[in-house]
Ligand binder design. Structure first.
Ligand code: AHR
Length: 319
């Protein structure tokens, strides 16, 4: 009996010591996050999601805002490597030019997780996985909605996102896939507004000027909601009614676009999930636990029209 009691005591002692030693290891995860910037409402929501999930999970997050510059992201990644973080989350501003720095992370045995946008690298093993939506599909959905709305007859102006970003490249490609099927649909002007509200407004102003004050424009296809919100302002200032004189479809599903929809100023948006914190840290946890991950963890978003705008706005702004 005495022997059983002492064996139990020893076992309990070992468990206590092990939990004391292992608990700080489990909690002491440090992750570097290289964010693009704060160009849009969507981007701010994504940053917020990653920061708050890190905090909830007791993860130390080293955050770096690149202010839209790839060179700043490369510097941030090198600094994360020097600080020996456990993992890196990268939202890449553009698709190309990452091979060298990702090789450096790989050599340092630091896994890299892409969020939101993709990269084009020679060796796909340079990153673990990409947690993102399918931008080509988003473009196709936008094209299909517009083709239906206009019976395949529409002159379109396109507000592109940041030049060289996977979001802009693939949203353009997906949209073209659909409208190319309709001989009476065409893109008459296309320019980058860099995913910003002011960029969208400036570019739309120049489209309106060069298109007879807007009279020849049937619709705006905007690669994000913020540029669409800028375009709405430009259309109003030109004396036209956005959503009526000129149709508008954009991508993101931020609260402000639902507000504009409620006010009758825009026609449709396609949701891009900004809550990437949970799936990103789940992927890091699973990878560090030795699980095999798919190369692309896809997020889904739906098309929203004015009939649900109020409910969407309220659910997105509720505290
Ligand atoms: O990469 C996703 C895009 O980047 C979002 O649609 C846009 O709002 C953001 O800035």
């Amino acid at each position: 009996m005495q022997a059983i009691v002492s064996a139990r005591k020893i076992a309990l002692g070992i468990i206590t010591v092990l939990s004391l030693v292992l608990a700080p290891i489990a909690q002491a995860l440090t992750v570097g996050f290289s964010q693009i910037g704060s160009e849009s409402g969507w981007r701010t929501a994504e940053t917020q999601s990653i920061k708050s999930v890190a905090q909830q999970r007791g993860i130390t997050l080293k955050f770096s805002d690149a202010q839209q510059k790839q060179e700043n992201q490369i510097k941030a990644i090198r600094s994360f490597i020097a600080q020996r973080v456990d993992a890196i989350i990268l939202a890449p501003v553009v698709e190309t030019g990452w091979d060298q720095v990702l090789r450096e992370a790989k050599r340092a045995h630091i896994p890299v997780f892409l969020v939101d946008r993709g990269v084009k690298v020679r060796d796909s093993n340079l990153y673990v996985t990409k947690i993102a939506s399918d931008f080509v599909e988003e473009g196709r959905l936008a094209g299909a909605w517009l083709a239906g709305k206009t019976s395949g007859h529409c002159k379109i102006v396109e507000l592109q996102g940041t030049v060289g970003s996977s979001a802009a490249i693939d949203r353009k490609k997906g949209f073209a896939n659909i409208i190319d099927l309709f001989p009476r649909m065409s893109i008459i002007r296309s320019q980058s507004g860099d995913f910003t509200r002011s960029g969208g407004k400036n570019v739309m102003e120049s489209f309106l000027k060069s298109e007879n004050g807007g009279k020849t424009i049937c619709a705006v296809y905007s690669h994000n909601d913020d540029m669409a919100l800028g375009a709405i302002q430009a259309i109003q200032e030109a004396g036209l009614k956005p959503s009526k004189d000129i149709l508008i479809i954009s991508i993101d599903g931020v609260p402000d676009i639902f507000k504009a929809m409620m006010d009758g100023q825009t026609n449709a948006t396609i949701e891009l999930k900004s809550a990437l914190g949970e799936p990103a840290f789940d992927a890091i946890k699973d990878y560090l636990a030795g699980k095999k991950l798919p190369k692309w963890i896809k997020t889904q978003g739906d098309l929203y029209l004015p009939d649900t705008a109020k409910a969407q706005y309220e659910s997105r702004t509720a505290m």
